[in-house]
Design a protein. Sequence first.
Length: 332
Amino acid sequence: MAVVLLAGGCAPAPQQFVGPTMGTTYSVTVTQLPGGVTRERLQGVIDDVLAQVDRHLSTWNPSSEISKFNATRSTMAIPISPDLRAVVEVSLDVSRASGGAFDITVAPLVRAWGFGSGQGADRGPPDPALLEELRAETGYRNLVLAPDGHSLRKVVPGLELDVAGVAPGYAVDQIAERFERLGVRDYLIELGGELRGRGRSPEGRPWRVAVESPVTGDRKPYALVEVDGMAVSTSGDYRDFRVVAGRRVSHEIDPQTGAPATSDLASVCVLHPSDAYADAYATALMVLGPDAGMRLATRLGLAALFIERDHSGQGFRERSTPQFERLRRSLD
């Protein structure tokens, strides 16, 4: 959501697909169609994946699988689809790796601070007693995936899941994998700012993606990366924020405190072969902040860029891992 595409040069017109989805939009570019694959078939793949994700993973769809799971108060194991299993596996993996900085069970806390489906007029901070009550029914350790992955259960009855921090990236991954099976080798898929690219652009070079400067209302590029077989995800506090008691607060909730994450971080960009993992890790690093986040990214070998606000008046300062720098290109 904080990434811009850069295009340039003169080349044959690629196949492009655009449309609305998940309260946002998607944009898919395929440099050329493989033999025997029609434009209509690729559109069918896109439509099928997006419908499948809505059916299983959308908390805005009251009849979706995840909405029904959230509505039940049972702590018995419930059979789940491969889609829900996949996003839960990614989520729990990133939760464990990040010490709980990423957590798909914090939806009640997100709403309490006025984000997500709790979005509304600016208001004061939630009552501390309410936050403690909500925290008692959150926590990734209260979600148990069966060893065979076929069922899921809550440890506490009020547990809810919100996979908005994984589902867009997962949808991108699913489209990419189905394209691969059809022999599509040169594509760029974008959904709500989540991207994954492979092969060559219509200009004949690897896809180039610009990371936005983290300034509210300003869509200038800050850094440029080249992607081939990689996904790009950015998390930041400069788009989705509220003013609470006169203070700007981020939509990124720290599961450890039940409150919005606070640090000088303006945004984090992560590149990873999987967009679902890139999406989840970008959130986790944003919550951890620049110091702990950089330590985790270094330990895991993530390609990550941290953009921090510089209160000396110089705008921003940055940190990045060597893996990110290997993919970085000059903006000139």
